[in-house]
Design a protein around this ligand. Structure first.
Ligand SMILES: [Mg+2]
Ligand SMILES: [Zn+2]
Length: 197
């Protein structure tokens, strides 16, 4: 059984751009602290680590598909510094109109990854800083963690809220030990709101 932790990019791996702006250049990339170590811990727990990112800056012609690929090459090189990188990176390059199946909150990228790589979505997690990440994860059948301050707890449909990727990984690993591989219960982590989908 292949399990994955899906990660949003902006706001999880690197700082997100101000509202209405996009990270399209290397000089705009500011990594959030602890990210590479957190990814390594996810991998050591036996998960694939896959980025699923909305990049409508491509549709808006603020960055080309090739430039985005080069930006990512540079980002991952600096982020991992020689350690093994992400297992896969999926980007939706469409704008929200006309609607596509891959732009989060649609689950298309997760479903495609599952098909490509034989991932058991019910045993996988989606981690993101927006409610659209949470929705995409839930629609795909994953458990979800929203990154943000504790006050979003009342307004999110996520299984858990974490203040950083490091904290999110703590939640996932705690669930591993407590759930002991049995995913028939929806929320093995004590204190998590249960999903009612
Ligand atoms: Mg984000
Ligand atoms: Zn799309």
């Amino acid at each position: 059984m292949v399990r994955a932790v899906f990660l949003d990019r902006d706001g999880v791996i690197n700082r997100k751009a101000p509202e209405g702006c996009y990270v399209t250049r290397w000089t705009q990339v500011k990594f959030l602290p602890g990210g590479a170590a957190a990814v390594k811990r996810i991998r050591e727990a036996g998960f694939q680590v896959i980025v699923v990112s909305n990049q409508r800056a491509v549709a808006k012609k603020l960055i080309s598909e090739t430039e985005l690929e080069f930006l990512h090459l540079r980002m991952w090189q600096e982020f991992f510094r020689g350690e093994k990188g992400f297992d896969a990176v999926y980007c939706c390059q469409h704008d929200d109109d006309p609607p596509c199946e891959c732009r989060k909150p649609q689950p298309g990228m997760l479903l495609t990854a599952a098909r490509d790589r034989g991932i058991d979505l019910g045993a996988s997690w989606m981690v993101g800083d927006s409610e659209s990440d949470v929705l995409a994860g839930r629609r795909a059948g994953c458990r979800t963690i929203r990154i943000g301050s504790p006050d979003i707890r009342s307004s999110t449909g996520a299984d858990a809220v974490a203040e950083s990727l490091t904290q999110a990984v703590n939640v996932i690993l705690a669930s591993e030990t407590m759930g002991a591989g049995d995913h028939s219960n929806e929320s093995p982590v004590v204190g998590l709101a249960s999903i009612s989908s």
